[in-house]
Design a protein around this ligand. Structure first.
Ligand SMILES: NC(=O)c1ccc[n+]([C@@H]2O[C@H](COP(=O)([O-])OP(=O)(O)OC[C@H]3O[C@@H](n4cnc5c(N)ncnc54)[C@H](O)[C@@H]3O)[C@@H](O)[C@H]2O)c1
Ligand SMILES: O=C(O)C[C@H](O)C(=O)O
Ligand SMILES: [Mg+2]
Length: 546
């Protein structure tokens, strides 16, 4: 089958790019060793991968494999999800971003810079597979995981998320476009690095950025009419601003606000069921404290608020169960001027002195669940976790900051400090642990469980917008996807190696939600029964040809 291939080459140190159509039929006799057989070659690739000591070397090996033998790369991903995901995604992708300008070998995706203003359309139109384009992950590198502003070095985040779309939901590889928007960086270390690949200037003003984004989104729509855009790792204000600015106009969602909201709501529903078996507190009477009030913290809080209100809890009552704390402590009205995105959850009912210490905040709030989205390693100290355990038979503790080096606490710490009562999930993966003779599983509360299925659903029904109900449908489908066995093992998220099945269920629920409010354009699938729709979705998933 002929496919368009981008081949970089170098002339006198200057990179050129060949856009060619290449056939990937078996090569002529004599071009491959006689005993090369595909299943053994999988073993050979795995052996080469496992022989590398450092995760960043494994990342580089896998990147190379993806570019040279896509089918093999995705076959290995799918068959070894637990081993490969942490290498192509969180946490190793964090190192890949930090070192991107040093490990860069070949182009993958598009770099759009402020210098391209006025001719973004021209650049986009040079993309060789315009008609096939369905999904793009776009970052401006301004808040990469919890690592801060990495500028153009944020590109591996877009690449890594798209690899998970392909592995996790069977989106066709050729339909994905990783994009990094380079509008400078305020990261002095990058600016001083002679190998840094981005523009050597500070970030542009908000007004200039919005002008650029308007042109970018407009040209994206013109060039790729069927494209869904996922915004990723934009700094807080920009994340909220651009989601609000474009969500009614284009099919777009913000992964950190909405994908995270979805995945944490789903894990919370499962965790609260377990906790209420021990304490009897109904789901809608849980009290949730967030450490971190940025795009992720507030995104999750908004998702919880809407979930409670759908369950006959008044908005005021629902809001009263949610507390935010940021770097200055509890967020409350009398504290002084607040950023716009924090206002909805600011407490009216606290007038005392600033509550800065997390243990003091826990004693004041008496939360049943504590979520960390604070980018602060070790913020859940022994005292914090013990305080949670002292007021809850089964405390829910989710340290969700990424990468793993910034996790608010480790799985072992949470188990030890609660004497095993904790119900735990983290943003980055932790190994399973045997504690007091019982096998315990660390759920991975990471938006990777949701965005592949959400994207697949939106693409298949040709959604004109990604509505709030589509996001909520994805969260509920994920919560429902736990098997009886997984529930009996006290897992709050399903096992990762079932990701394709989970993505199919999420996609179906997303499609139904889109159909309900008529934002779908693929009318041919409207009349399908649920069983037919599931078969259709699974049939549409791309599979590696090995
Ligand atoms: N698990 C997931 O799926 C997932 C998804 C999105 C983001 N995240 C992680 O969440 C973290 C935050 O992301 P974001 O987009 O909200 O970032 P952000 O920059 O928008 O927000 C960070 C928040 O943390 C607060 N904070 C910083 N230092 C603190 C401290 N010492 N104590 C208390 N609060 C502190 C800040 O005041 C701010 O409110 C990142 O590490 C990111 O990797 C995880
Ligand atoms: O990228 C991840 O691992 C999750 C999330 O989008 C984040 O920004 O941390
Ligand atoms: Mg992110």
């Amino acid at each position: 089958m002929p496919t368009a291939v981008l081949t970089p080459y170098w002339v006198n140190g200057v990179q050129r790019l060949k856009v060619e159509s290449r056939t990937i039929d078996p090569p002529p006799r004599g071009y491959t060793p006689p005993a090369l057989n595909p299943s053994l070659h999988v073993q050979r690739c795995l052996e080469q991968l496992r022989s590398k000591d450092k995760n960043i070397e494994k990342y580089i090996f896998l990147s190379h494999l993806k570019n040279s033998d896509e089918d093999m790369f995705y076959k290995i991903c799918l068959e070894h999800m637990h081993e490969i995901t942490p290498l192509i995604y969180t946490p190793t992708v964090g190192d890949a971003c930090l070192q991107f300008s040093h490990i860069y070998r070949r182009p993958e995706g598009l770099f759009i810079s402020i210098k391209d203003k006025g001719r973004i359309g021209q650049i986009l139109r040079s993309w060789p597979r315009k008609d096939e384009a369905r999904i793009s992950v776009v970052t401006d590198g301004s808040r990469i995981l919890g690592l801060g502003d990495l500028g153009l070095n944020g590109m591996p985040i877009s690449i890594g998320k798209l690899s998970l779309y392909i592995a996790g939901a069977g989106i066709r590889p050729k339909s994905s476009i990783p994009i990094c928007i380079d509008v400078g960086t305020n990261n002095q270390k990058n600016l001083d690095d002679p190998l840094y690949l981005g523009l050597r200037q500070k970030r542009i003003s908000d007004a200039e950025m919005t002008d650029l984004m308007d042109e970018f989104m407009h040209e994206m729509k013109l060039t790729f009419p069927k494209l869904l855009v996922q915004f990723e790792d934009f700094s807080t204000e920009h994340a909220f601003h651009y989601l609000e600015r474009y969500r009614r106009q284009y099919p777009v969602f913000n992964d950190d606000i909405q994908g995270t909201g979805c995945v944490v709501l789903s894990g919370f529903i499962s965790a609260a069921k377990l906790a209420s078996e021990a304490a009897g507190t109904p789901l809608t009477e849980q009290r949730i404290l967030f450490l971190g009030a940025g795009s992720a913290g507030v995104g999750v809080a908004e998702q919880l608020l809407s979930f409670f209100t759908l369950h006959d809890v008044s908005p005021e009552e629902a809001k009263s169960r949610i507390y935010l704390a940021d770097s200055q402590g509890l967020v409350y009205d009398a504290r002084g001027p607040l950023a716009e995105h924090k206002k909805l959850f600011s407490r009216h009912d606290y007038q005392g002195p600033p509550l800065k210490d997390l243990v003091d905040i826990i004693h004041h709030v008496k939360p049943t669940a504590l979520f960390g989205l604070s980018t602060t390693r070790g913020a859940f100290t022994r005292e914090v976790i013990e305080a949670m355990a002292s007021i809850n038979a089964r405390p829910i503790v989710f340290p969700l900051s990424n990468p793993v080096s910034l996790s608010e606490c480790t799985f072992e710490e949470a188990l030890e400090w609660t004497k095993g009562t904790v119900i735990f999930a983290s943003g980055s993966p932790f190994d399973d642990v045997t504690f007091n003779g019982k096998q315990r599983y660390a759920g991975q509360g990471n938006n990777m469980y949701v965005f592949p299925g959400l994207g697949l659903g939106a693409i298949l029904c040709q959604a004109q917008q990604v509505t709030f109900c589509m996001i909520e449908g994805a969260a509920l489908a994920l919560a429902d996807s736990l098997t009886d066995e997984e529930r009996a093992e006290e897992r709050v998220y399903p096992q990762l190696d079932r990701i394709r099945d989970i993505s199919a269920l999420i996609a179906c629920r997303v499609i139904r939600a889109a159909q309900k409010v008529f934002v779908d354009q693929n009318i041919a699938i409207r009349g399908m029964s649920d069983a037919e729709l599931l078969t259709y979705v699974k049939m549409k998933m791309w599979k590696p040809q090995i």
